[in-house]
Design a protein around this ligand. Structure first.
Ligand code: SF4
Ligand code: MG
Length: 300
């Protein structure tokens, strides 16, 4: 897509991200809030649609790939992190945001999430955490509450709920945040920080998302009552990881939201690649046209 930039360009506006495709999310879906906050964060960071790569997994949130303008990639279920990381490593100047759901990210794609965090790939990952598989009509995910009755488990799910934040902290992350789909101003702030963190590595953002159609246990009202802004409450994200981890996993009384942990000192994956040391160009700038005709003949 070619974008025409006016001579006096004062940065992108919300309407620059507008797309004519009709929204198909259910009324009251938390995707609307996340979608709005993503656009706001990009606009406030002065990133235009032609200056960002937005990568989507499969799921209700993934249908957002045709509800925004910009460079977008909609891949296979559970595989958003590999192709987002590939795009970023190809062009380190490009901000890359990967969106995934709790179903794919903590089951089919859990290996990619594990290695995305431990490798410290320089991308932002936004988890649409509605605690179920919404697109396929409300089956339990690894993050559904134990004993909750879901469409795939009418007697309640027998397994305990995966402690996602505990798992994330075990992987020595460099950025962990949590937000709630009903608080767009806070989400915007978190997303901006998570996009800016890319130069330091993998930014993991867990967004607790209302799904009024299938999630009847962590509703918008429930989250509104449980979530509080830990940063406004004095929490410093540049604290010891153990302190941030304890805050993140202790959700029995209240749920801490905001930027829970940030470390800007660890090298990202790209910086650890010895062949790239000292190179000023990006891989995408080094691509050369090459004739593969002779090579192809050998294959037939
Ligand atoms: Fe949103 Fe849930 Fe409807 Fe999917 S099923 S669009 S997550 S409310
Ligand atoms: Mg889900």
């Amino acid at each position: 897509m070619i974008m025409l930039i006016p001579l006096e360009y004062n940065g992108p506006k919300m309407q620059d991200y507008r797309c004519s495709a009709q929204c198909t999310w259910c009324d009251g879906c938390g995707d609307y809030g996340i979608w709005t906050a993503v656009k706001r964060a990009l606009v406030e960071l002065r990133i235009a649609p032609n200056q960002v790569c937005l990568c989507f997994d499969v799921g209700c949130h993934g249908n957002g790939s045709d509800k925004l303008t910009g460079y977008r990639f909609h891949g296979l279920h559970g595989r958003v992190i590999p192709f987002a990381a590939g795009a970023k490593l190809g062009n380190m100047k490009l901000p890359v945001i990967a969106f995934g759901g709790d179903g794919a990210s903590f089951s089919e794609g859990i290996g990619h999430l594990v290695h995305g965090i431990r490798s410290n790939y320089p991308i932002t990952f936004i988890l649409h955490n509605n605690a179920n598989y919404g697109l396929t009509l409300g089956q339990a995910s690894a993050l559904t509450r134990q004993e909750q009755k879901m469409n795939s488990s009418p007697n309640g799910i027998p397994e305990h709920t995966l402690n996602s934040m505990d798992m994330v902290f075990a992987l020595e992350p460099t950025f962990v945040a949590r937000g709630f789909s009903g608080d767009i101003p806070q989400l915007t702030k978190i997303f901006k920080a998570a996009i800016e963190h890319q130069k330091h590595g993998f930014a993991f953002v867990d967004v607790l998302q209302a799904c009024p159609t299938y999630n009847f246990f962590a509703t918008h009202e429930y989250l509104l009552g449980k979530c509080y802004d830990a940063n406004a409450d004095g929490h410093n994200p540049r604290c010891e990881p153990s302190k941030a981890r304890a805050l993140a996993i202790n959700t029995s009384e209240k749920i801490a939201t905001g930027i829970l942990y940030q470390c800007e000192d660890a090298p990202n994956f790209y910086e650890r690649l010895k062949p790239r040391n000292g190179k000023k160009t990006t891989l995408v700038e080094e691509v050369k046209e090459c004739d593969v005709e002779e090579f192809m003949k050998k294959l037939v």
